[in-house]
Design a protein around this ligand. Sequence first.
Ligand SMILES: [Zn+2]
Length: 55
Amino acid sequence: MPQQDVSTGDPETHVATTVERGSFAIARCSCGWSGPARRSRDKARTDAASHTSAP
Ligand SMILES: [Zn+2]
């Protein structure tokens, strides 16, 4: 089972999670956005955070 972490953005607009694919972590959002594959889950979380905080 892939691990998913729900970050606390605005839940009504964007719900970002990080998904792990092998040794990579990818930020994904309920709006359909997904970030680049990262080797670090922290960086994927940073991608998710910057996405959810973007206008
Ligand atoms: Zn989004």
